[in-house]
Design a protein around this ligand. Structure first.
Ligand SMILES: [Zn+2]
Length: 71
C-alpha cells in the first residue's frame, strides 16, 4: 500500500488556542472539528476552518447554488 494522497479535497483548519493548523479531508471536516473541540476545549468551537478558505468555500458554494446572481 502506498501513501498516496487521495484526490479528495482537503481543507485547512486552524486552532488559535492550540496554535495548530492541519489539513483534513472535506468529508472528515465536521467530525475533526467536533472531536478536537470536544476533547481539547470542552465543546467550545475554537478550532475552525481557516477563515480565508471558509470565505472562498462559501463563495464557491453560493456560486454553485446561484445565490450570487447578477441583477
Ligand atoms: Zn485546539
Amino acid at each position: 500500500m502506498s501513501e498516496q494522497e487521495t484526490d479528495e479535497p482537503t481543507v485547512p483548519i486552524v486552532c488559535e488556542a492550540c496554535g495548530t493548523t492541519s489539513r483534513v479531508a472535506l468529508s472528515d471536516l465536521r467530525e475533526s472539528l467536533e472531536t478536537h473541540n470536544e476533547h481539547r476545549h470542552d465543546g467550545e468551537e475554537i478550532a475552525q476552518v481557516d477563515p480565508v478558505i471558509a470565505d472562498a468555500l462559501a463563495d464557491a458554494v453560493a456560486d454553485d447554488l446561484g445565490l450570487l446572481e447578477d441583477e
